[in-house]
Design a protein around this ligand. Structure first.
Ligand code: FES
Length: 66
């Protein structure tokens, strides 16, 4: 898996987005909450949402279990 920084303002990388997704985050703002922060500039919203969609595609069984 390629690790990249999604949110520069809050230093949220792919691993943190994935961890939030595993805890049920469905949207970028859920990831912010899971990381104990909130949007600053908001530039990362699209990137985080894309990674959440990717994560769901990679973990269909986990999503179905909910
Ligand atoms: S890059 Fe995420 S709030 Fe600025």
């Amino acid at each position: 898996m390629e690790i990249m920084i999604h949110c520069v303002c809050n230093n949220i990388n792919t691993a943190k987005v994935d961890a939030a997704a595993a805890q049920g985050a469905e949207r970028a703002k859920d990831v912010m909450r899971a990381c104990g922060t909130k949007f600053n500039c908001g530039q990362c919203r699209v990137s985080i949402n894309e990674r959440l969609a990717q994560w769901r595609a990679l973990n269909p069984a986990l999503e179905a279990a909910e």
